[in-house]
Design a protein around this ligand. Structure first.
Ligand code: IPE
Ligand code: IPE
Ligand code: MG
Length: 230
């Protein structure tokens, strides 16, 4: 029988190159890319996937040209808000934020927090929106909380450390998908991908569709997960 991963995480890369090929500004790629998130979420939900984490804006993406950063931290949250506001309820999906709020415009945080609050009781697919997220930042932030709490050395182990991550209740990633023809992790979920299977595709994110999720799951089923055993 086909195994369905419990948690899929996607690096939604290639928006800029997708737009460039069409002689359009990079921000157009981000717009179409944002619209694609719901299409993929719906499919994941239908397949019975419990968690879908999407990498929307990284802590390193602040180093892009000002106009693009502005679009990503202001327009993108607005597009997401408009797209998801009514749909979360209809599809019983839960929206959760993952990342640092510092530096993100207040209005954008308000919109994203509203999606979170309005969908907090929903029981279907959990969509984790990694926004102003960095894997190293998450680990450093966890360490800061540990120090602040004066946590003892004896208390600290891999299970208790998890409690200090941004979303402790979200299980580790089973399947990591990277669109956009690159083969790297780019500071995404460093702790949580320890034993993830990794599927790369040359499809740019706006072109990544339902059948690409099916292919990723097919790949996942072709792997034998050993977790360090034989
Ligand atoms: C991914 O697409 C979206 C973000 C990183 C915000 P890119 O903007 O990185 O697109 P490419 O990689 O330049 O094509
Ligand atoms: C990763 O893509 C970040 C997101 C998809 C949000 P990047 O385009 O930023 O990654 P690099 O720079 O190619 O590693
Ligand atoms: Mg990129």
């Amino acid at each position: 029988m086909k195994k369905i991963p419990r948690h899929i995480a996607i690096i939604m890369d290639g928006n800029g190159r997708w737009a460039k090929r069409r002689n359009r500004p990079r921000t157009y790629g981000h717009q179409i890319g944002a619209e694609n998130i719901f299409t993929i979420a719906k499919h994941c939900d239908q397949l019975g996937i419990e968690y879908l984490t999407v990498f929307a804006f990284s802590t390193e993406n602040w180093n892009r040209p000002q106009g693009e950063v502005n679009f990503l931290v202001k327009e993108l949250p607005f597009l997401i808000y408009n797209k998801f506001r009514s749909k979360l309820k209809d599809h019983d999906m839960k929206f959760q934020l993952c990342g640092r709020s510092e530096g993100v415009p207040l209005k954008s945080m308000e919109l994203l927090r509203e999606l979170e609050a309005d969908s907090s009781d929903n029981k279907g697919l959990k969509i984790v929106f990694a926004f102003n997220y960095g894997g190293k930042a998450e680990i450093v932030d966890a360490c800061k909380k540990i120090v602040q709490e004066n946590s003892t050395l004896e208390h600290l182990n891999e299970d208790s450390f998890r409690e200090y991550l941004y979303l402790p209740e979200v299980p580790d990633v089973d399947l990591l998908v990277r669109a956009g023809d690159e083969r790297r992790v780019s500071n995404f979920l460093l702790w949580q991908v320890s034993y993830a299977e990794i599927y790369f595709t040359d499809k740019f994110w706006p072109d990544f569709k339902e059948d690409d999720i099916d292919k990723a799951i097919e790949f996942y089923n072709s792997r034998k997960r050993r977790f360090g055993k034989v």
